[in-house]
Write a protein that binds this ligand. Structure first.
Ligand code: CDP
Length: 806
């Protein structure tokens, strides 16, 4: 029976759709320790693999003796490159079009490189056997500095590459050079800079760091030789891509490979690439006929998998005397380590670095990026960012601060003068992007007002005077940032990885009693997709979010998609979800009209039902329509209520934000105290404000880590100095400040529900805010720029170098 009792508002609230702070449904199992991670997969007869890793950063492997290891009871096999070579699996393609050794083939190129894979009955035996493998190394000269790598007489690192041959991205100008990638108009930019009234120059280094998710990487491979089926569980941010690559590498047909990403304990880009451990576990399972598990330990993870950043960015920015920017020039020396294994769309070997004009209307710009080999781990992954947008945001936000110093101008005002105006959107940037929507001035004014900016500047000036009089040893830094993000790769015409176009997908099945399951090509690593994608659907199809199961990560059931990284889930799979929902609704409209005995055009949608136009008391709810779709013969309409959408976005989305960090610094100890952190984010339509706030808190804490201490550092022999959590800074509640979050809402004009991504915004915007605060604290004493990470010692040294210690 039709029930008119609940009001429209009550019916809307019951859906828990868009804009609702619905509690995260996945937390019930996570908070009770009931998650199912890769290491929870335990199969009968399962073996365990572990790597012999190189202690040297560069050495020739003269011999490998596995006899003692094989003699250890419980050891089943020890694989070396020689074993993989007949299968052509001793090298593998990287996402960047280079190739990478799976196991050391003649030499090693970074500390921690995989040399041999031991397979044993349990993890302890495997670890003992690793110690028994004898490898005879001959040390070679080590290069950890990308500038030295390009010197004419630098040691040849990649002997496997023809010296004069082109790389995946065009000509190589030196034996340790990977590519030169350029964007923009070099000539016009140089002219603008040469003829400018004011020019600021700076070398901005974004140091090497690491995503360091709580769960390390791992896989379990199980080859069923009877049925010819390979099942692979793993920490994969892109399970379908892994299936395709596994098929291409192994020759096993794709329908015979099932890849499952179960619960994942944080990805942050670390779990996008394909690692030797995945390949070796597959080979070992094929060779032994038993399931093989490989789980990294923390040191393996920090030393050998997927570093991030390591960009030396040399910038020039020009302006008129009154602060209007006239040009931006940037040359990057990008340290990619031993193999080019960056996770970037094929066309863009420096990812989206050319978003580096940021939030500003800059008429001409040029970027050139030289990729360079060194004796460091490969990677270059998007650590909670859309490829290289974090480096770009840090670069421009530092250049703005340096220009403000050159102009002797307030940095907030300089930003305001140069922001892209609201009426300029869609905005074509000098480096080729079309920004979809934005209202930067409103966000900026709101942020400055919220922190009491003018008063803060007065307080800062007074504190500088007090410092000079010797009345305090504390300095106040005000870290300003206005960032523009670019998230949601595709479109397919611009973005592919290894030829695989970057669309995404959603498939919905409505059950007869009016509940539903939706499967997506993405995979949550903690972002709460099971909660939020159900909310998109609830608003689209009028079924309560609580009655919709969201499933991801099993290639046998989920539609093909490119996975979750670079905040692409909401812009791409979220859009696919809305579009699939709309297909359901279109069919539901026909069914409702039939049931109500009116023409299709005479019914209209209302929250959770179709009603007859002008007669709202005559309606059919989605639950009634679902039941009828299965159980009532409707002329011209197939039974069932299902839909699938593969969504190729017409453009990226451009979230933005205004962040302000107020930090007090002790000039004598280098310690910092974050007094206030204000974060305003605009991610378009907000699906779940509580989830967004959680994303912002997490990303800001990662940004704090990166800016204030986290790094993967090497000594001159290529030893990793920060390979454990004793040295690699991971903030706890103790170091984490209180964050004030805020928002404006400027929908994306091309996304079906107007949503933009948000997951990585706080990392992208947070790093420059923290770093600018440190730099700003010393501005009155003549500092232009000091490199991250700003740990206590480096801050102390900055103060010392400026002569502040008397
Ligand atoms: O791709 P990833 O899931 O890492 O990033 P995202 O698309 O930015 O989404 C992160 C989380 O925030 C997801 O649960 C989204 O559904 C949610 N979100 C939201 O509630 N509203 C937005 N406008 C954007 C994201």
């Amino acid at each position: 029976m039709n029930d008119l009792t609940p009001t429209r508002e009550e019916r809307t609230a019951k859906l828990k759709g868009l804009g609702t702070s619905r509690k995260r449904v996945e937390d019930v199992r996570f908070t009770q320790g009931k998650g199912n991670y890769v290491d929870d997969v335990k199969l009968p007869g399962m073996l365990h693999g572990d790597f012999v890793r190189s202690p040297y950063a560069h050495a020739r492997v003269k011999s490998i003796n596995i006899d003692a290891a094989m003699a250890l009871p419980g050891v089943i096999a020890v694989l070396t490159a020689k074993d993989l070579e007949p299968l052509s699996l001793h090298w593998m393609p990287t996402l960047a079009g280079d190739k990478q050794m799976v196991l050391a083939d003649g030499k090693v190129l970074f500390q921690g490189q995989e040399v041999a894979f031991v397979v044993a009955e349990d993890r302890y035996i495997a670890a003992d056997a690793v110690e028994l493998v004898e490898v005879d190394y001959e040390e070679l000269p080590v290069i950890t500095d990308p500038f030295k790598a390009l010197e004419p007489d630098a040691t040849v690192l990649r002997e496997d590459l023809e010296p004069g041959a082109d790389g995946a991205h065009g000509p190589r100008k030196h034996h340790n050079h990977i590519f030169l990638w350029e964007e923009g108009d070099a000539e016009a930019t140089n002219q603008a800079i040469d003829s400018a009234e004011v020019v600021a120059e700076e070398m901005v280094y974004y140091h090497r760091t690491h995503p360091c998710p709580l769960e390390t990487c791992g896989s379990v491979a199980s080859m069923d030789k009877v049925n010819g089926k390979l099942t692979l569980w793993g920490t994969f941010q892109a399970p379908h891509v892994v299936r395709t690559v596994a098929s291409l590498l192994s020759g096993i047909e794709e329908h015979n490979i099932r890849v499952i990403s179960p619960d994942i304990g944080g990805g942050f880009g670390n779990k996008v690439g394909v690692y030797p451990g995945y390949v070796c576990s597959i080979v070992a399972s094929i060779v032994t006929g038993r399931p093989v598990k490989w789980i990294e330990d923390r040191m393996d993870n920090l030393m050998a998998t997927a570093f991030a950043r390591d960009y030396w960015m040399k910038g020039k920015i020009s302006a008129t005397k009154d602060g209007k920017i006239t040009g931006l020039h940037c040359h990057v020396t990008a340290d990619h380590g031993a193999f080019d294994a960056c996770a970037d769309p094929t066309k863009f070997p420096a990812g989206f670095f050319h978003i580096c004009t940021g939030s500003y209307d800059i008429p001409v710009a040029y970027v050139g990026v030289d990729g360079v080999y060194t004796n460091k781990a490969p990677g270059g992954v998007a650590y909670r960012c859309s490829f290289r947008v974090t480096e770009a945001a840090y670069f421009i936000e530092r250049m703005i601060e340096v220009l403000a110093i050159e102009l002797n101008m307030d940095a907030a005002e300089l930003r305001r003068i140069n922001f892209i105006r609201k009426d300029q959107f869609p905005y074509q940037s000098a480096l080729g992007w079309e920004y979809d929507s934005g209202d930067y001035h409103t966000a900026w004014d709101k942020a400055l007002a919220a922190v009491g900016y003018d008063d803060l500047r007065k307080e800062q000036a007074a504190q500088v005077e007090a410092f000079k009089r010797g009345e305090t040893r504390k300095l106040l830094g005000i870290g300003l940032t206005h960032f523009t993000e670019i998230v949601g790769a595709g479109p397919v015409k611009n973005c592919d990885i290894l030829g695989m176009g970057m669309f995404d997908s959603c498939e919905i099945r409505i059950h007869p009693t009016g509940s539903a399951i939706a499967r997506l090509g993405t995979i949550s690593q903690g972002q709460g997709h099971a909660t939020t994608f159900a909310q998109i659907l609830a608003s689209e199809i009028g079924i309560p979010a609580d009655s919709i199961t969201i499933e991801e990560g099993d290639t046998d059931t989920a539609p093909y998609g490119l996975g979750t990284y670079g905040s692409r889930s909401t812009p791409v799979a979220g859009a696919a979800t809305a579009m699939a929902g709309r297909k359901i609704r279109a069919k539901a409209q026909m069914i409702a009209a039939y049931l109500l005995e009116v023409h299709d055009d005479d019914v209209e949608w209302d929250v959770d039902r179709f009603q007859v136009k002008g007669a709202p008391e005559r309606f059919k709810t989605m639950a009634e329509i679902a039941y009828a779709s299965y159980n009532q013969a409707i002329p011209g309409v197939e039974p069932g209520l299902e839909a699938v959408s593969y969504y190729d976005p017409p453009n990226m989305t451009y979230p933005f934000g205004a962040y302000i960090c107020v930090m007090e610094i002790d000039a004598d100890t280098g310690e910092h105290d974050i007094r206030q952190f204000y974060a305003l984010d605009d991610c378009g339509t907000r699906i779940n404000p509580m989830v967004i706030e959680g994303q912002v808190h997490g990303g800001l804490t990662e940004a704090l880590a990166i800016a204030m201490g986290q790094e993967i550092a090497y000594d001159e022999l290529g030893n990793v100095k920060t390979g454990t959590l004793m040295d690699f800074f991971l903030p706890t509640a103790w170091e984490t400040p209180n964050y004030t979050t805020d928002h404006t809402e400027t929908p994306s004009p091309h996304h079906p529900i107007g949503a933009k991504g948000v997951g990585e915004s706080p990392n992208v915007g947070g790093v420059p805010a923290f770093s600018n605060a440190v730099n700003d604290a010393f501005r009155a004493f003549g500092l232009r720029h000091t490199h991250m990470p700003h740990d206590h010692w480096r801050i102390w040294k900055t103060a010392n170098d400026l002569g502040l210690h008397g």
